[in-house]
Design a protein around this ligand. Sequence first.
Ligand code: AKG
Ligand code: FE2
Length: 362
Amino acid sequence: MGPRKDDTTFNEARAGAQAYLDARLTKPKDAPSRKPFRIPVIDLAPSFSTDRDARKSVAAKIRDACEGSGFFYITSHGVPLATIDSIIRLAERFFKELTPEQKKAMHMSTNNLHRGYEDSAYTSINGDVETKEGFNWGYEEMLDPTGGDGLYCDLDGSKGGSNVWPSEKDLPGFVDVIKDYYGRTLQLARHLFRLFALALDLPGDYFDSMTTHPGGISRLLYYPPSKTPKPLSAENTEEEIGLGAHSDYECFTLLLSSSSPGLEILSPDGYWTEAPPLEGSYIVNIADFMMRWTNDRFKSTVHRVVNRTKDERYSVPFFFSINYDQTVETLPSCISDERPSKYPPIKAGEYILERLNSSLQY
Ligand SMILES: O=C(O)CCC(=O)C(=O)O
Ligand SMILES: [Fe+2]
């Protein structure tokens, strides 16, 4: 069952998101930003301490980043380099080793929750021609190191079971690598949510009960080499767009990529700014649902991918949500007399499904 298209809250959510994107894209410029636009590197090591002050010091850095560019790198996050290398290698194997027929058999068009393989033309953000190909999957209890709480429900309220996987024969070891990567990244996302709680002056466990069976869509992405490699500059206006300008939909995204650059972030003064990969780190960014939930205090920033190199690029984003059946109102610490709540309550899964459906190219 899809979202109710005539529902005022959905219209408001969709129109709000589109207006935000349109306003930011009015005059993007293909040159480095002239104003300071910081994508800080935050060392998470002290956040694993039992000392609350040590955890709060990391939370303060996260708060500055979330209220600033909305993007930051995290290091010492506890996910082994071997896990990171394996998932990037798995992405490469997925796109190289499966035949077109094997990919087609898992095509997203046969799945109403956006799971499976997508060719480059299947989804598009602004109607742009995009070069990326992807493979998407979502939360299931067997991927959760806690085993979940038995209450998972999917974007549309169904009980789950929508993931599709290549067979063991076609791609041996695939699900094992996914499980290791997804489980560790999921636990890291729950840890980050505790730091967000501290950053927002809420009790440290504020979000815990909302992430017991959370939404977490992840994808393997492939960007082919550029046909005409050239650097980001004001003169180069003809790009081969890998993934069009957009903001993410959920609470926040944890991104890994191969060593090829390509991610570009739109600065407040309208300049595309490169966010090159930093080995062993994740790039974290705030997404639209979190921006709304914080009454626009945390920023969901527009970004895109352009592969400007002669090398292939692989990336693996993880879009972390709260439990899809959770309805939320603006966080209490983000409302004041001067800053009343701008948004009505909304259910997480319904909001995200509406946003995903709006990216389909029919
Ligand atoms: O591939 C990347 O580096 C970023 C992907 C991304 O922004 C997305 O899938 O939302
Ligand atoms: Fe994104």
